[in-house]
Design a binder for this molecule. Structure first.
Ligand SMILES: Nc1ncnc2c1ncn2[C@@H]1O[C@H](COP(=O)(O)OP(=O)(O)OP(=O)(O)O)[C@@H](O)[C@H]1O
Length: 252
């Protein structure tokens, strides 16, 4: 499927990433069109988190290029307000005192700069974001005192606060209850409807067709990427999950 490059939110070219000289992503070419709600799926250790981190420039690749909206990722000045990241809960060590509200307000630092303090309007916007994820009652709690699922919702509120163009989320449903998962997917669909691009590392194969319109299957390499109805089929899933065939039975 050919798209004008102007219509891509992300372009990844020949990306190889290694830890201690062992490649975990190999020669990744991937274009993500704007306005898609895309799942990245693949078995444990496939390189999903590594791909998100490499996209964001949090890992230095062995080789390859990543561009957001045609800008290379090292052009942070141009990209800082456009790209939002929701890390995996549990991946952040909350060893410093910060309230839930403080964390959500960090979402507007890209816009304000670190020197200027957030004002009343920013605080109202932060409370609004917390409301969207059902966490407004926890605004003054220490972030370290929340459960993993609650922290995940706070990360999401911070990303919403950023009003970015693309949202990269590493397992946003991890540790959240079913009701919250449904609320979050509605939010993600709303973001998509308003023209944003949303990229989600996802584990539950059964919900892929219901939640997403685009999917990328990876296992060190890209196995397939495209519209769910075209690439989310048994053959591609078998290739991606080579040794975990049982997972597939109920998904397609
Ligand atoms: N900091 C690190 N140092 C060395 N190896 C790492 C590091 N982080 C990840 N790896 C390895 O890189 C590979 C890819 O890991 P990654 O976390 O990207 O996989 P994943 O697809 O997100 O897995 P999961 O579904 O289990 O979250 C794995 O083999 C993992 O053990």
């Amino acid at each position: 499927m050919e798209l004008n490059t102007l219509n891509y939110a992300v372009q990844i070219e020949a990306l190889t990433v290694a830890y201690d000289s062992k490649p975990v992503l190999w020669d990744i070419d991937l274009n993500i069109p704007k306005g898609k709600l895309m799942a990245i799926i693949g078995p444990n250790g496939a390189g999903k988190t590594t791909l998100i981190k490499a996209m964001l420039g949090l890992l230095i690749p062995v080789s390859g290029k990543v561009r957001f909206f045609k800008e290379p990722i090292d052009n942070l000045r141009k990209l800082k307000n456009k790209v939002a990241y929701v890390p995996q809960s549990g991946s952040v060590d909350w060893d410093f005192p910060a309230t839930v509200l403080d964390i959500v307000l960090m979402g507007c630092y890209g816009r304000l700069g670190f020197i200027k303090r957030p004002g009343i309007k920013d605080k109202e916007a932060a409370m609004d974001s917390l409301k969207k994820v059902g966490m407004e009652d926890y605004a003054l709690r220490q972030i370290s005192q929340l459960s993993g699922g609650q922290q995940q919702r706070v990360f999401l509120a911070r990303a919403l606060m950023q009003d970015a163009e693309i949202y990269l989320m590493d397992e946003p449903f991890k540790g959240v209850d079913v009701q919250t998962e449904k609320a979050i997917i509605l939010l993600l669909k709303e973001l998509k409807e308003s023209g944003k691009t949303v990229v989600v590392v996802h584990h539950d194969l059964q919900t892929v067709p219901e939640y997403f319109d685009w999917v990328t299957l990876i296992n060190i390499k890209v196995i397939a990427s495209g519209p769910v109805e075209e690439v989310f089929h048994e053959q591609n899933l078998k290739t991606a999950y080579r040794s975990t065939g049982n997972l597939l039975k109920n998904a397609v």
